[in-house]
Design a protein around this ligand. Structure first.
Ligand code: ADE
Length: 251
């Protein structure tokens, strides 16, 4: 067997859409987590749900690398927008990752990961560029297929693809006060979620390339919980499966 690419989803709906495209997937349970090995557009693939939060993300990444020998990891999910102009329905492709709740000060500078001498980890430039191309292709075509009901319900207009810093922590950010504090501490952060920076640290440890794309589901403020399940179902999971499709079929 060849070395597989990992397709990691944050949401059940996204994983279901990926599995629906795999003709031959076989399930294997490791550490209580279901991994699906099979083929997708001719690629040897392992598909899995990341679990929520940094610990679940780190054990998932480790199992993918140690048990399946994956050579590339692509992660899709949702995130709360922080940067100016990072709006609901936009997409963020990460260039760098940081754990916003890492704080071993005063022993180490705030956000620095002890033992690494750094606070950020990089996305792989090659697969990230491929993911940007796939995302831009999807953003040109998909929004018009979602229907006016969905577009109006979420105020989606001319969605954009952003690239930059993605931050992760073990908290769903759902107050304007917390979002403002994050923006003040980390002005370059485009969006916040709960897993990618943990994946990035594990991928750094093993030298495995990682790329992450996140659909913006909320602005990480007092309105962050509004219609979240509907957004996941009707927008984010459709973006993700279309982006993975475009990513795996591009030449
Ligand atoms: N994922 C999607 N929205 C989020 C938020 N506001 N905080 C953390 N993770 C998220």
């Amino acid at each position: 067997m060849t070395t597989p690419v990992a397709i990691v989803s944050a949401l059940h709906e996204e994983l279901a859409a990926v599995l629906a495209l795999m003709p031959d997937e076989q399930q294997q349970t490791i550490g209580g987590r279901a991994f699906w090995r099979g083929h997708l557009h001719g690629h040897d693939v392992v598909a899995v749900l990341s679990g929520i939060g940094k610990v679940a993300a780190a054990t998932t990444a480790t199992a993918l690398i140690e048990r399946f020998g994956v050579q590339r990891i692509v992660f899709t999910g949702v995130a709360g927008g922080l940067g100016d102009g990072v709006n609901v329905g936009d997409v963020v492709v990460a260039q760098r990752f940081l754990q916003h709740d890492m704080d071993a000060s005063p022993i180490f500078p705030r956000h620095e990961v002890p033992g690494y001498g750094r606070s950020t980890f990089e996305a792989d430039a090659v697969i990230t560029a491929q993911l940007v191309r796939a995302s831009e292709q999807v953003l040109r075509a998909l929004p018009s297929q979602l229907g006016t009901d969905v577009l109006n319900a979420f105020g989606l207009q001319a969605p954009r693809c952003h690239q930059g810093l993605l931050i992760s922590g073990d908290r769903f950010v759902s107050t304007t006060a917390e979002s403002l504090a994050l923006r003040e501490a980390l002005p370059e952060a485009l969006a916040v979620e709960m897993e990618s920076a943990a994946f990035a640290q594990v991928c750094h440890d093993y030298g495995v390339p990682l790329a992450v794309v996140r659909t913006i589901s909320d602005r990480a403020d007092d309105a962050a919980h509004v219609d979240f399940p509907r957004f996941l179902r009707e927008v984010a999971s459709r973006y993700s499966s279309a982006i993975i499709d475009a990513f795996l079929t591009q030449r």
